[in-house]
Design a protein around this ligand. Sequence first.
Ligand code: G3H
Ligand code: 13P
Ligand code: ZN
Length: 343
Amino acid sequence: MPLVSMRQLLDEAAKGGYGVGAFNVNNMEQIQAIMEAARETKSPVIIQASRGARAYSQDKFLYHLMLAAAELYPEIPLVMHLDHGNSFETCKSAIELGFTSVMMDGSLKEDGKTPATFEENVAVTKAVVDLAHKHGVTVEGEIGVLGGIEDGHGAGGTGLEHVTDPQQAVDFVAKTGVDALAIAIGTSHGAYKFSKKPDGSVLKMDVLIEIHKRLPNVHLVMHGSSSVPQDLQDIINQYGGKLKPTWGVPVEEIQLGIRNGVRKINVDTDNRLAITGAIRKVFVEQPEKFDPRDYMKPAREAMKKVVALRMAQFGQAGHAGDYKPISIEEMKKFYAGQAAAAK
Ligand code: G3H
Ligand code: 13P
Ligand code: ZN
């Protein structure tokens, strides 16, 4: 199956009332882990690469690995998505490379740290939408700012400092025409999200529900959605790691989000934890080993387990064969029709 449009994948998820995990990758083993999990659970899937991932991998490597994934797993609808594009140029280069979906994160300025104004966010996001849709490429925008910093990206803070204002979300969608909208409801990127087990009141689910009420046809995106499972933390610390006590986003909260319009759920940290724990275990238990395959295989397997579990929990499992992919050429016509109707 060729790489498919994220818009189609999320439209189908909305029809079926389920969410789709978007998993970050930097290398071949992570892509293989996701594709094996998708095959096992019969799931459509979004694979995403951040700016850091593109730099780490010389993004052409990632692109061709993704094409290999599409070729080797023809039964799996697969989206290749840019995570947290920081500028028009970053999104343009991803579109030129062949990504079928881009995120323009205009909630922060181009430095990836300073919160942008609403007007700045609208201007850059609208410019990306105009370009992307001409190419049949999906666009995710963001309104509100997440907490935490990953790889130098993020405003820091707790995640509760710039929660999305529902009316701004409505205005933002009207002014930009994004296909999907990331909102801030108190989550942060990275492992250190909450310093105690979050009860039902920590995440601003009431804000999410209000946004969904006002924008029932917009696909909502939850970033910072790793659950940071205790068992994965324990493996790392048991084998010499030094993670401080921490809690992530409970899966039940994500499932509540999915019942209220969340269609894309971003997960990176849980997979990083799984990989690191598996590698540490081999290093400690079998210190004589030095063939990278001896620790990369269990690392890949550990990530696959996490991804397959999330696919079942988000509800995408079993839906890979539900629909025929619309080609990116057809998506160009779809967006051209949408633009003509809006005039
Ligand atoms: O949004 C953050 C993702 O976890 C990607 O992280 O920028 O370190 O690749 P990264
Ligand atoms: P986590 O750090 O919670 O995995 O979030 C990942 C993310 O939002 C990528 O955009
Ligand atoms: Zn994110």
